[in-house]
Structure formats: structure tokens, C-alpha cells
Design a protein around this ligand. Sequence first.
Ligand code: CA
Length: 246
Amino acid sequence: MRLLVVEDETRIVELLQVALRRAGFVVDAFATASAGREALSFIAYDAAVLDLGLPDGDGLELLASMRRGGSTVPVLILTARDAVEDRVAGLDAGADDYLVKPFALSELAARIRALARRQSGRNPLLVITDLSINTVTREAHRNDQLLELSAKEYAILEYLARNPGRLITRANLEEHIWNEELQPNSNIVDVYIARIRRKLDDGHELKLLETVRGAGYRLRAPSEAKLCVRSAPSAPASPPGTPWPC
Ligand code: CA
């Protein structure tokens, strides 16, 4: 998940970046409303954290202009203001949640995950046949066996599972999973995918993770995986041109 953070207090930004990245988010931080607005016009963020008191304006104005422009990005307002009327104003301007400083970083991360879930209306459990991913505990099981995934491996698998059956390009993964810019010829994405594939698919007849040569990766959609399981024992050879046979 890629997050936009607009906050001008350097110390808070540093803490947020460390804590949120450790929690598996990709974080872009900006100190002004105008820089945040510009970033929003380029990148499809999964959620935004906005401070209210910014050097070039009020976070509420930024939020209101986002909503006027039709943005549905979930927004959490972060502020020292704790008067009831400030909270009401924030929620009226289109905020989805509100956290008053000082706050616990773990609570912020949990609230952001909850916002993203609510926004998409998704069940916290992602299931593809015998693979289940609990997006609250951030654990993945295949056939009831816990997959020992690093934070980044988990983030990639969850992202693929949120887009089942869809081609996910390397650029998609770089944008949503990596905080740092990758070198043009870096093979780090392939390295991570290979590790995930080993943990996810080794020893299982039904392979869930596919590499689409020269394009990217995809995880089987639940409907497709079910079909494969049903037809597995005596599955006829796939007709030529079938992109990804069972
Ligand atoms: Ca501020």
C-alpha cells in the first residue's frame, strides 16, 4: 500500500516514515499542501495522512479540494487540535478518520489498514482455494501451513491477492511495494517473486503464482483456481494458446 503523508514537522515525519515503512507501507512524505496536491495528481495512493496546520495552508482545504475533485482516497487527519468542533470540521470536509497528537504509531498503522479495508469494502480475509491471507494479522497460510514471509514478501503477496487474475507489472509492484527507487536493471523484483513462489507453490500441485514473460506476474483468481482443483485428477491437455493451464 502506498501512502501519502502531508506533515511539516520533520521529527514527526521521520517517526512516521520509519514506523509506517516497518509496518509494510510505501510512504511518500511532503511538507506542504501544494506538494501533496501535486503528488495526488500523479499517483493513485491507497490512503493519505494529512496534518491540518501546514505552512502554505490548511490540511482541511487540501482535503476539501480532493473531495471536490472526486478523489475517494481514504484520508486520516493528524492534528494537535482536539476540540470537538475541529474534529467535526475534519469529518465534514471528507476525512475518514481523525487522530490527535500525540498518538501511538502502532495505532496509526492499524487505523490506516482499517481505512483501506473499509474503503474497498473488502473482507479482511483474502482466500484463493487453499491460500488464505489475513490482512489484519498479516499472515498467509496455504493448506493451513503458515508461510514464513518477510514483511516485503507478505506485502507483495497481499498486493497480488488483492488483484487476483490480473496482470501486475513490475512497475505496479515498484510503485506500491518499494519505498526506494529501483535501479532500471535491478532484478530485485524477480528475486522476491522467486522467494514467494518457493514458499507459496513448492510442493503444491496447483501453482498459484504465474510469471507472464516480459510483462509481470499474476495470482490465479479464486474462480479459476477452483476450476483447476475440480478438474485436476483427469484434466485434459489444455488447448493450444491457453495462457496459463492448470
Ligand atoms: Ca503542522
